[in-house]
Structures are given as structure tokens and as C-alpha cells.
Design a protein around this ligand. Structure first.
Ligand SMILES: [Fe+2]
Ligand SMILES: [Fe+2]
Length: 143
């Protein structure tokens, strides 16, 4: 269970809601890891669909806002988003190639623990570190 904290709160409601939904979805997934292999795969696939949608909607909205407020590190931030997007695509490929048709529960659990370590923790760190900088100094009239 990953707790919401003030480190994650940016003070920009539209974006904070996205981050809260992200955390809620991740936590719901992490709480349902005890089921059988089929349930686990179904939950995991739903999570992968959610993340795919999230990178499209959330990342692009966040980038659009940065552009609007003339955020100085916009290009760098966009690049980081692209990296996170690519990592998700890599994990998805791995899932469909190696895990989806396998009946090896250990392999599935290993994939999930990698997903948590490599991707989810990194995305949370991105919010705490890089996203947090976006709204430190900005001209409110620009929005
Ligand atoms: Fe974000
Ligand atoms: Fe971001």
C-alpha cells in the first residue's frame, strides 16, 4: 500500500486528481495479489490498460499545462515522460511475449514485482521530484 503524502500534492487540483487516481488504482491492484493465476493476470492486464491510458491522458495534459505557464524545464520533463512511456511499452511487450501464455505463477509474480520496483516506484518518484517542481514558481495569470 502506497500512502498519499504532502510530497505528492502539487497544489494544482486537476493534476493532483490524476495522481490520486493513479495511486488508488495501484493500491487496489496491490491489495488483490492473492487470487489464482487467472484472476491475477486479469487484474494485471487491467492495470496495464489503465497505465497505457494514463500515459496518454495524464502526461499530455501535464505537458500542455507546462507549456501554458512557460515552465523552464518543459523539454526535459517531456523527455522524462517519453522515457517512462517507453519503459511501459517494454514491460507490456515482455508481458505479452513471456508471461501471458505461461502457467508459471512464479514468473507472473516476478513480473509483478519488477513492475512495482522498476515502473511504479519510478513514477511515484517522478511525481515527488520532477512534477513537484512544475508549480513552484508560476504566473497564475498564465492559466
Ligand atoms: Fe504527473
Ligand atoms: Fe510529469
Amino acid at each position: 500500500m502506497i500512502k498519499w503524502s504532502s510530497e505528492l500534492e502539487l497544489g494544482y487540483p486537476e493534476i493532483d486528481i490524476h495522481h490520486r487516481v493513479f495511486l488508488k488504482t495501484i493500491n487496489k491492484f496491490l491489495q488483490e495479489l492473492d487470487g489464482g493465476i487467472d484472476d491475477l493476470k486479469e487484474n494485471l492486464e487491467n492495470l496495464l490498460y489503465f497505465l497505457t491510458d494514463y500515459v496518454e491522458t495524464h502526461f499530455s495534459e501535464e505537458e500542455a499545462i507546462q507549456k501554458k505557464i512557460n515552465y523552464s524545464a518543459y523539454a526535459e520533463h517531456k523527455q522524462t515522460h517519453q522515457k517512462l512511456r517507453d519503459e511501459l511499452e517494454g514491460l507490456k511487450r515482455k508481458y505479452w511475449e513471456l508471461v501471458h501464455d505461461s502457467s508459471d505463477l512464479f514468473l507472473l509474480k516476478l513480473f509483478i514485482s519488477n513492475l512495482k520496483e522498476d515502473l511504479i516506484n519510478r513514477w511515484i518518484k517522478h511525481t515527488k521530484n520532477e512534477d513537484q517542481l512544475i508549480f513552484l514558481n508560476y504566473d497564475e495569470d498564465a492559466i
